[in-house]
Design a protein around this ligand. Structure first.
Ligand code: C2G
Length: 132
């Protein structure tokens, strides 16, 4: 059994999220997803997510390509999560390229190209500009 692990906030779920999750799942047998806690998301993006962590977990957990979800509290604990879930491959979008190479002593790491022209930030901006 090959366990794949990936991480993200996955706020306001969109096609870029499902694309990376499906591609990550195709590398092994089990896809485990670390969902950023609301506090971790705040520390990364300087705003709280639109959807709270329990709703984001519920959405990701409902996907066919996902086998397990858990809350990621700190970026620095990546290696502990990788060991805890016996993951042999970490998959991340290429906006994180190089950032997690430090786990390579325990686990392979690949960075996949992001889906172009879509992001949660952009969706929030567009919705904010819509006439009432
Ligand atoms: N993503 C993508 N294409 C997009 C948008 C996002 O491939 N158009 C990918 C990102 O590269 C990431 C995943 O979807 O791998 C989740 O994206 P975010 O929710 O923005 O995750 P982020 O807040 O960057 O958290 O420990 C690492 C972090 O927790 C990653």
């Amino acid at each position: 059994m090959k366990n794949i692990i990936t991480f993200g906030t996955f706020d306001v779920f969109h096609v870029g999220h499902i694309n990376i999750l499906e591609r990550a799942a195709s590398y092994g047998d089990n896809l485990i997803v670390g969902i950023s806690s609301d506090e971790l998301s705040f520390s990364k993006k300087k705003r709280y997510p639109i959807y709270c962590q329990s709703d984001r977990m519920k959405i990701i957990n409902s996907l066919r390509c996902v086998n397990k979800v858990f809350i990621e509290e700190y970026l620095e604990l990546k290696l502990d999560y990788i060991k805890q879930y016996n993951a042999t491959l970490l998959v991340m979008g290429d906006d994180w390229i190089g950032s997690f190479d430090w786990v390579k002593k325990v686990c392979d790491v690949i960075y996949l190209p992001r889906t172009p022209s879509i992001s949660t930030t952009e969706i929030i901006e567009i919705v904010g500009l819509m006439p009432k």
